[in-house]
Write a protein that binds this ligand. Structure first.
Ligand SMILES: [Zn+2]
Length: 187
């Protein structure tokens, strides 16, 4: 089975060549990575009712990112904390703390030719960056998330943000980040 995954450095690996049209709309793929923005965005929108962070402002930011997703690394998602296992403390900073964890389902960034869909990678190592008091200062947190999101699309050295989760006890929000560059989270 031939698979095609995006590497952490966001550089595309060689294409799976036989598929040139989106299996959903039957139109030619507009970009070489087999991501049909029109269909993927339509699918995101039809799934809006199936998840919520229980905060409409945060939902709005996540929905906006999904409504503009230009690729499998170009949107945020709400990820319940129960999807993470093996959580280990890494570092503490003025903002809060960073932990490593395994995200059971993993990012949806593998194009699977047999199902002709973008599928989740399976267990994947991530860094969880807890931002203290982010539930009280939600707007500041959302500004940080959006600034981070804009930066990562321009700079490969900033760890990619897959989405947001929340500590159910403290209510603090947590950014789910690419683990590889966790060292740079210490600012
Ligand atoms: Zn399509």
């Amino acid at each position: 089975m031939e698979r095609f995954s995006l590497s952490l450095t966001k550089k595309y690996t060689p294409m799976y060549n036989s598929l040139t049209e989106c299996p959903q709309c039957n139109l030619k793929f507009k970009c070489p990575d087999k991501w049909c923005s029109d269909c993927e965005i339509k699918n995101f929108k039809s799934n809006f009712g199936n998840w919520t962070s229980r905060n409409w402002k945060l939902d709005k930011v996540i929905r906006r990112s999904q409504s503009n997703a230009k690729g499998p690394l170009n949107y945020l998602e709400w990820i319940p904390l129960t999807e993470f296992i093996d959580v280990k403390f890494i570092a503490e900073g003025g903002f809060g703390c960073v932990e490593s964890a395994i995200w059971n389902l993993g990012p949806r960034w593998t194009y699977e030719p047999s199902s002709r869909k973008w599928e989740r990678s399976g267990p994947y190592n991530v860094a969880l960056k807890t931002v203290n008091d982010s539930h009280q200062y939600l707007q500041e947190f959302l500004n940080e998330v959006q600034a981070h999101y804009i930066c990562t699309s321009e700079d490969n050295h900033i760890p990619h943000c897959f989405g947001i989760t929340q500590n159910p006890k403290s209510k603090d929000y947590i950014m789910v980040l690419e683990y590889a560059h966790y060292g740079s989270l210490r600012y």
